[in-house]
Design a protein around this ligand. Sequence first.
Ligand SMILES: [Zn+2]
Length: 368
Amino acid sequence: MLLRALALAVVFALGGAGNALAEPGPTWRPAPESAARPSVTEPAEGWFTAPGLYADVHGEWADRATVTRLANHAATSVPALAKRLGLRPGATMDVYITPSEAAFHELQPGRTPDWADGTAWPSWSLIFLKSPSIRSGTATSLETVLDHELVHVLLGQAFGGRPVPRWLQEGMAQFYSGEASWERSIALAKNDFGLAPLPLGTITTGFPPDALRAQLAYAQSADFIAWIAGRNGEGALRTLVSELATGAKVNDAIRACTGLSLDEANDAWLGSVPSASALYRWATNSQLHWAIGAGFLGLAAWRRTQAGKVKLARWEAEEAARTAELFRQAELRAEAARNGTEGFWAMAALAPPRPRRVVIDSSAQRAT
Ligand SMILES: [Zn+2]
């Protein structure tokens, strides 16, 4: 995990985030829509719609700038995400920017949790987001939320009537939208959840109903997907998706992309999560932070030389960035503790991810 994480900043510095787009493209077509798309009630003044090849974005006229911005984003993001997933975009999606909390819930074709920030209905290629006017200024960017939901729809389109393992849905959505992986990794490493890890086999058909375990399930899913990508490359994720979408059992699909059984992969991933005691030391010794960071960067460089593999170098660079961010966050919190503005454990432990997008039922229709 350290090396995998040590590698991340370098990726961004080297512009590596786009490298995956150069890798092999779509291999097969998604399933057709499984049912007629439900209609969405229009506001009195009608929707302001920005049509697109892959997604039509709708919102109230007051949100037309946001609608246009997200339509432009979807125009490039849908094909880019599809390519990284090894899929082809299916039916044109409809993305609704809802003007109020009430509208967010009322316009959807089914029940949604109060705290949901975005929802996707993959079998109908429908996505609902919230207008910036009803979101916090510090909330995750709408582009990131949209990418998260786009991944849900793309996977749902590809799987057709087959259920998508929940850890795959949420892991892929978080991994490809670039959401809060630092915070989640730190939360996992420090065991902020205070819970034993959930075996992957227990988060395949759904996530736990209670919020804390659901947060842990999100964090584990994201980190497990990142672990596969770091260990075997993004091509392994495409293998995983295509195997599962064409009916392979989870154990066989995991073996096809990692060479390990589900249980072996689960154990190997768990072994990659850095220990809380290591993070504690980083948080209490800033000089040690940079010494460790420099050491890992040196080791990463050595491994790059030894392996001579561009992919390995990229992921080591990404690992470096993640570790550097761990150090930076730990230092900020240690400083706050010295100033008496925060308790140590509060500062050492990043808050677990907020219970946003936690799935509250086992309906295969909706993902959040
Ligand atoms: Zn989700």
